[in-house]
Design a protein around this ligand. Structure first.
Ligand code: ATP
Ligand code: MG
Length: 242
């Protein structure tokens, strides 16, 4: 029995930007219920902007986004969270002067159904990340980078999301810690959550993902199974330097 119920995320022909600067031109990505999908691309390709559009922080100027059958293209971040989106933001954005447990509890604060099950979900997050149970009373700002990333993932899970979007969890982590955090994402996926992982660690994320998309200059230029993209000469040359 899985603890979470994965839903579908469909991004179609998304366009978005910041003021007069257009960053996304044509992004179409589908994450099926319970699927693990990666989006890879160089610095500045628009990966973070795509995730910000999904969570309602950036307003799309074109295209559409659907979450579990709901059109969320024009929805607010609060509405989108309440429909089941969990966002692990680039750079983690923890409250350094609050404890691990307090940071985690904040993840449940926005959704009434998550608040009602807070104690139960917290136990579940601790079982996924035993290190966080050990460090529950420690200030988040004093954790190692990898432990902080676990808190960021755990906080998103506290909202009992049906779709989790994760932005560059390997940023600044050692190869070993990256493996640990990726192992945790694998476990989250095994719990039934649909996952959209944005990464520059192309080798590892393509191994982990069932399918993946390549984003270049705000457009999806390639898609395929993780395995097929890993074998693709263009991908190998551009992103794996092989
Ligand atoms: N708040 C902002 N205001 C103006 N421009 C922005 C803002 N955030 C991002 N941009 C611009 O949008 C473009 C895409 O940025 P984005 O952060 O989405 O890329 P990314 O693919 O996530 O890159 P990285 O791999 O470096 O995180 C960049 O040219 C960036 O300068
Ligand atoms: Mg980014």
């Amino acid at each position: 029995m899985t603890a979470f119920q994965g839903q579908e995320l469909i991004i179609e022909n998304l366009a978005a930007g910041y003021g007069k600067i257009q960053v996304l031109w044509d992004v179409s990505v589908r994450v099926g219920p319970g699927e693990f999908v990666a989006m890879i691309g160089a610095n500045g390709a628009g990966k973070t902007t795509t995730l910000r559009a999904v969570s309602g922080v950036v307003r799309p100027t074109g295209g559409s986004i659907r979450l579990g059958g709901h059109d969320i293209t024009r929805a607010t971040p609060t509405q989108i969270v309440s429909l089941g989106l969990g966002h692990v933001p680039e750079g983690r954005e923890l409250f350094g002067l609050m404890t691990v447990r307090e940071n985690l509890e904040l993840g449940a604060a926005m959704r009434p159904e998550a608040r009602a099950k807070q104690a139960q979900t917290l136990d579940h997050v601790y079982s996924l990340f035993p290190r966080l149970a050990e460090r529950a009373g420690q200030l988040a700002g004093t954790l190692s980078g990898g432990e902080q990333q676990m808190v960021a993932v755990g906080r998103a899970l506290m909202g009992r999301p049906s779709v989790l979007v994760v932005d560059e969890p390997s940023l600044g982590l050692s190869p070993l810690m990256t493996q640990t955090v990726f192992g945790a994402l694998k476990a989250v996926h095994a719990e039934g959550v649909s996952v959209l992982l944005v990464e520059q660690n192309v080798g590892l994320s393509l191994k982990l993902a069932q399918r993946a998309y390549v984003l270049e200059n705000g457009e999806v230029v390639k898609e395929g199974t993780g395995e097929a993209l890993l074998a693709d000469p263009g991908v190998r040359e551009a992103y794996l330097a092989l």
